[in-house]
Design a protein. Structure first.
Length: 274
């Protein structure tokens, strides 16, 4: 049985509590009152972890992703049709079953509330993902994508994303790198959207390819290769799932990997690399 089936059936070994559990409880119509029971002292650490612990992380990732996405969409004072479409596109790409999709929508709506406990939610999510930087980066990329859904990054959205980064322990330098990368993907896709939700439109332009890899056109070959390999490793679907990414989100990671490979192929041919 998947983490979702165990959650709905009430048999998830490490039932999640705290602010994430409270929000998920509202979305599911349940009362999760076990607090943070089951969380080992000092967190999970960076090594291997049990199936129960992985399911707990998957639950936390799902809950935080869609609720915080709602907060990001509302950051500029209104939720645009494009932002709603982005959320729905992520749900479609995940091929969520009806009940799970309804829960994701309810989480999104909870995130739009004026009293949404953003700091507490991010704080617990960071704790649940203890030292798993690849999961935190995937989460952040999805939130930046949500902000770019209407084609631009508003000042209020940028400020909220920076706040989220501080809460996650992500530097502004890293945030700007990701923001430029996702902005390049939007430009490559045009009005069709960018990143996880957009259809495949072929290889990006050369300038966009450099932005996707997060390097300057003047960067030496060795630096470009390192950037490509690093991004490919960070977004490998199997690696992310092994660290706690919900299996339903694997397709998004696969799409991201495809875009990174396209950018590399465009640059590789231009430079005559092998």
């Amino acid at each position: 049985m998947s983490w979702w089936g165990k959650l709905v059936g009430g048999t998830l070994g490490f039932m999640i509590g705290g602010p994430l559990g409270a929000i998920l409880g509202v979305a599911l119509g349940h009362n999760f009152d076990k607090g943070l029971q089951g969380l080992p002292e000092g967190g999970f650490g960076s090594g291997d972890f049990s199936a129960d612990e992985r399911e707990r992380i998957q639950t936390a990732f799902f809950t935080a992703t869609f609720s915080v996405m709602g907060a990001v969409a509302k950051a500029d004072g209104r939720v645009s049709p494009e932002e709603i479409h982005l959320a729905e596109s992520v749900m479609t790409q995940m091929n969520l079953p009806p009940q799970m999709r309804k829960t994701a929508i309810r989480l999104f709506n909870e995130g739009k509330r004026a009293d949404f406990p953003l700091e507490e939610v991010i704080g617990q999510f960071r704790q649940e993902c203890r030292r798993r930087t690849t999961l935190l980066q995937m989460f952040l990329e999805i939130q930046i994508q949500a902000a770019y859904a209407d084609g631009r990054l508003e000042t209020a959205e940028d400020a909220l994303l920076l706040r989220i980064c501080r809460l996650l322990g992500v530097s502004e330098f890293e945030y700007r790198r990701l923001e430029r990368m996702i902005g390049a993907q939007y430009q490559a896709a045009g009005k069709g959207g960018a990143g996880y939700a957009r259809p495949d439109t072929g290889e990006p332009g050369l300038e966009q390819a450099y932005r996707i890899l997060g390097v300057e056109p003047s960067a030496p070959d060795a630096e470009v290769k390192r950037a490509y390999r690093r991004l490919l490793s960070q977004h490998h679907p199997d690696k992310l799932v092994s660290k706690g990414l919900p299996e339903e989100m694997m397709q998004m990671a696969a799409q991201k990997t495809h875009e990174i490979k396209q950018a590399w192929e465009r640059i590789r041919r231009e430079r005559g690399l092998k």
